[in-house]
Design a protein around this ligand. Structure first.
Ligand code: HEM
Length: 488
């Protein structure tokens, strides 16, 4: 009996390396080998790389660099050391799919420009809404995009938004200074959401808005989770949150329709009415579902990203006092021309040259969208390399911003680097091509307005300047940027 058990253990131990080897080559044989066969003799190659274990692919390596050793850029650096640069592409298997990693700016530009060949595919369309901008492709996308950008990203919309967001920002900063010590991330999120509620659907700050905020947090968690609609999962919870959020906006929309029918007019200049009223050249308007889906998806796209950018600005300015000094000088000069309590305008902001550089540098270093995904709808050739149909393309934006080949001394917060335009394709914080972030100017203006009030009215310090970083799902110091803050 003992001999049999020992033999079984021996066989198992002996087989382990074989099983390990099989597992290690499984994806290569399953995905890469057929492509290599197809390509033999054509002079076209599959990008270099290794596709890792079945199902997991290279996720363990990815998590090792992003979560364990916390050197996210070494995920790409280690591949470059191993395989060379190979046209700026690698093959891999990530997030459950065979993937081509595009790490060089020229490849990202190529992918962003080929809309038909590389489409945006959301695993969770029901969460962001099937008729939202992010969920549609082709002509539907072009049509919807002009509605949305008109409502949030054009100069007249920005002029209005710049003045509307200021009362909440001013009030928030005053209350931070009264408290004396705050968690910048939490507090920035609070004020950003108050502004979103007001700008998007004229929702007043208070208990109802706070509960909508909670619902959105649930949706965002679901967007990042596996799309598994089973009770107990983040995705299932997110779908419930999404339904409740839609109900809140639907109720608001119905209220406006009733008022209009009664001849009272709803008379707001928020996003909801903006989207309802905008007409295209043929006089067509958005359907009610399009209005609701796009409000929800704009909150999802703009809430966390804007909050993180503002949080990072407080962090970097505390770490770089010379930058803060120059920023303060420029903004103080503007304040001198304003009456006490008078708000700045978007035209003022366009004159704040140094402030605009600080905004750009903050967003570059924040690396909010580290990777942008596309799906190849057909086999595509790029400089002798094959990107196979149905494989994902992971545009590694983070690497573009942290690679010293693109930005000198990339981890140094240096707004003056923006005196010279970056190399084409090296600055991809807002994506590129026809899907470039629809709220990029809205985001920039909100950061600039915040910086104006923060730098002219307050001094602050990081309480944990050496707090370690986490990189997933977004880069953020572990303490959420705890600061002590007081009026100047
Ligand atoms: C600093 C803050 C922000 C960053 C870093 C950012 C980043 C991005 C990126 C990288 C994309 C491209 C995604 C892709 O191609 O798959 C994108 C798209 C988008 N963003 Fe932003 N974003 C920010 C703020 C905002 C804001 C404030 C809004 C609106 C309220 C917004 C709305 C959108 C929308 C609607 C799209 C999809 C555009 C399309 O598919 O045509 N974003 N954003």
């Amino acid at each position: 009996m003992e001999v049999t058990v020992a033999m079984a253990v021996g066989v198992m131990v002996g087989l382990l390396p074989v099983v390990g080897l099989l597992a290690w080559w499984w994806n290569e044989v399953w995905y890469a080998l057929p492509e290599k066969f197809k390509l033999s003799g054509t002079g076209i190659r599959l990008p270099s790389g290794h596709m890792g274990f079945p199902f997991l692919g290279e996720m363990l390596t990815f998590l090792w660099y992003f979560k364990v050793v916390k050197r996210p850029d070494d995920f790409i650096n280690s591949k470059r050391r191993k395989y060379g640069d190979g046209g700026g592409l690698f093959r891999s298997h990530l997030f459950g799919r065979p993937t081509i990693i595009a790490f060089a700016p020229a490849v990202s530009k190529f992918v962003y420009q080929k809309n038909d060949e590389f489409i945006l595919e959301w695993p969770s369309v029901e969460l962001v809404g099937p008729t939202s901008l992010v969920a549609v492709n082709g002509p539907s996308h072009t049509r919807l995009r002009s509605f949305v950008t008109n409502a949030i990203n054009r100069p007249d919309a920005l002029r209005r938004i710049a003045s509307l967001v200021q009362p909440n920002i001013v009030a928030a900063l005053q209350s931070w200074a009264q408290t004396g010590r705050v968690n910048a991330y939490k507090q920035v999120k609070k004020v950003t959401f108050e502004n979103i509620g007001m700008l998007f659907a004229s929702l007043e700050a208070g208990a109802e808005l706070a509960s909508v905020d909670e619902l959105f947090r649930g949706i965002v968690k679901g967007v990042r989770a596996q799309p598994l609609n089973v009770p107990g999962t983040a995705y299932h919870h997110a779908l419930q949150c999404r339904k409740k959020v839609t109900d809140v906006f639907k109720k608001e929309l119905e209220k406006r329709k009733t008022m209009e029918l009664d001849g009272l007019g709803s008379k707001t200049d928020d996003l909801m009415d903006g989207l309802r009223q905008i007409q295209d050249e043929q006089g067509n308007r958005l359907s009610e579902q399009e209005v609701l889906d796009n409000i929800v998806s704009l909150v999802v796209a703009g809430y966390e990203s804007t909050s993180l950018s503002i949080m990072w600005s407080t962090y970097y300015l505390a770490k770089y006092p010379d930058v803060l000094r120059k920023l303060r000088e420029e903004n103080m000069a503007l304040r001198k021309n304003k009456a006490a309590g008078e708000f700045i305008t978007s035209d003022d902001i366009s004159q704040l040259k140094y402030t605009k550089k600080v905004v750009e540098e903050t967003i570059r270093m924040a690396n909010i969208a580290a990777i942008v995904f596309r799906l190849a709808t057909k086999d595509v050739e790029y400089k002798g390399y094959r990107i196979p149909k149905n494989w994902k393309v992971a545009i590694w934006s983070r690497y573009a911003h942290t690679n010293p080949e693109n930005f000198q001394d990339p981890m140094c917060f240096n707004p003056d680097r923006w005196d010279v335009a970056p190399a084409p394709g090296a600055y991809q914080v807002f994506g590129g091509g026809s899907r470039i972030c629809a709220g990029n100017m809205l985001a920039r203006i909100q950061v600039a307005v915040f910086l104006h009030h923060l730098s002219t009215g307050y001094k602050w310090e990081l309480l944990n300047p050496d707090a370690p970083m986490i990189y997933l799902s977004h880069p953020i110091p572990t303490d959420g940027v705890e600061i002590s803050i007081a009026a100047l």
